[in-house]
Design a protein around this ligand. Structure first.
Ligand code: ADP
Ligand code: MG
Length: 137
């Protein structure tokens, strides 16, 4: 694998799956040279969401966050491309859709800070952990 080719984990969250936005969001990845290497549509349990978001367990929004991610089907994807981790974060936009740059996914589709349509790994180290969480070989 080329040095700068990375993989990152992307999740299309329940609010966007529910609004049938998966193909539109995937087309944005494709346009930005991020390839979907693997994907699956799943509905995770509250406990799985709590495990996935463990880093946020001390935050006041943790319980709501776990309830939300397990509230409906999600699409989890392995994205691959040059500098995929940072590039995906850039394409997603800021956590709060109100602060997200124009034409980012969260600017286009996010409803609120909790219903912000997508998740993306924030470092190469976390990307490996998160890919392994959903796509154990
Ligand atoms: P990001 O998803 O941009 O990496 P964080 O890792 O900081 O953001 O937070 C994880 C998720 O928790 C966010 O995507 C968002 O849905 C939710 N969240 C973050 N901050 C808040 C907040 N202040 N109130 C409610 N939900 C929040
Ligand atoms: Mg994060």
């Amino acid at each position: 694998m080329n040095e700068s080719i990375e993989q990152t984990l992307s999740i299309i969250k329940p609010d966007a799956v529910e609004r049938n936005l998966t193909e539109e969001i995937k087309s944005i990845f494709k346009k930005n040279n991020l390839i979907v290497k693997d994907e699956k549509k799943i509905h995770i349990t509250r406990d799985e969401a709590a495990e996935f978001y463990k880093v946020h367990q001390a935050k006041p929004f943790y319980n709501d966050l776990c309830a939300y991610l397990s509230s409906g089907p999600i699409l989890v994807m392995i994205l691959e491309g040059e500098n995929a981790v940072l590039l995906n974060r850039k394409i997603m936009g800021a956590t709060n859709p109100k602060e997200a740059e124009k034409n980012t996914i969260r600017n286009l589709y996010g409803i609120s800070i909790d219903k912000n349509s997508v998740h993306g790994s924030d470092s190469t180290e976390n990307a490996k952990k998160e890919i392994n969480f959903f796509f154990k070989s």
